[in-house]
Design a protein around this ligand. Structure first.
Ligand code: NAP
Length: 271
């Protein structure tokens, strides 16, 4: 048995989309703290955020810019990584849109397209574009890893009027499992790819829920629905990502891991 450096991610090249958001910061911080070189990308200029996140080093944080609703930007991200690194050890599809709550009868198809475009189509396209880089990175000793950040709302039936978000996340869970089962069929075999595909399903965290969590009522509601009785901390998701990307997670593929403070098993979820 070899327990040395089980959770080591030092020297890995990582891309985290939406890396400066509420949950993204926890993912990036955990990899930077572990000595990885982490690229973050979203629509905004993230130079300042990259500087702040680099302070968790020994690793590095580098800002790129991309609108994941645009195929050209998705291809541009993969090209930038090809030029700078020639490989990618870890892709975290984290960026997403929340909101867009409407009654089903009146749901604007434009909103549906926007949400499904960023939350489901973009991870599909980016994973496809990054596949050659992930293939180059993964070896039998050190696998490459695709981690899709989904949601408990992709597992349970989401709240009233939440028609497109839960559906987009359920689709991303299916894509994760399909990639693990089909692409990953060659995982670990001679001449095959050494890439794992997993999903992490957060419960309530800072980020998309900021407005809700600012109110006492919101925090109390989260306390009531989770077994842990608290809002998640960004590093709770970062820790799960480091597990999946390191040797510790090399035998895990096609999994959907809830990091939800027990929301899915709590009495409220099952009453
Ligand atoms: N917070 C929660 O309670 C919670 C619960 C379950 C699941 N999640 C999931 O966790 C992930 C992170 O969410 P979060 O709460 O951290 O949300 P957030 O703070 O709103 O961050 C989302 C990030 O996505 C980026 N983004 C949105 N549209 C984009 C586009 N077209 N192109 C590129 N980047 C785009 C945003 O950056 P720009 O605005 O700069 O583009 C932002 O940094 C998401 O997948 C979300 O569904 C969150």
């Amino acid at each position: 048995m070899d327990f040395e450096n089980l959770f080591d991610v030092s020297g890995k090249v990582v891309l985290v989309t939406g890396g400066a958001g509420g949950i993204g910061r926890g993912i990036v911080g955990a990899f930077v703290a572990g000595g990885a070189r982490v690229y973050i990308a979203s629509r905004r200029n993230l130079s300042q955020a990259a500087g702040e996140l680099a302070e968790y080093g020994p690793g590095e944080c580098i800002a790129l810019q991309a609108d994941l609703a645009a195929d050209a930007d998705i291809a541009g991200l993969a090209n930038a990584l090809e030029e700078r690194e020639g490989r990618l050890d870890v892709l975290v599809n984290n960026a997403a849109l929340g909101g867009f709550l409407h009654h089903f009868e009146n749901f604007p198809m434009e909103d549906y397209d926007t949400m499904v475009g960023v939350n489901l189509r973009a991870p599909f396209a980016l994973t496809k574009e990054c596949l050659p880089l992930l293939t180059k990175a993964g070896t039998p000793e050190a696998h490459a890893s695709v981690i899709n950040i989904v949601s408990v709302d992709g597992i349970r039936i989401a709240g009233d009027n939440d028609w497109a978000y839960g559906l987009s996340k359920a689709g991303l869970i299916h894509l994760t499992r399909q990639l693990a089962g089909r692409e990953g069929a060659k995982h670990g075999r001679e001449g095959g790819r050494h890439i794992t595909y997993n999903a992490i399903a957060p419960g309530p965290f800072p980020g998309m829920l900021d407005e809700f969590l600012e109110t006492e009522e919101g925090r109390a509601a989260v306390g009531a629905v989770t077994v842990s009785g608290r809002v998640g901390k960004p590093e709770d998701i970062g820790a799960a990502c480091v597990y999946l990307a390191s040797r510790a997670g090399s035998y895990v593929t096609g999994a959907v891991i809830p990091v939800d403070g027990g929301l899915l098993v709590g009495t409220k979820a099952n009453s």
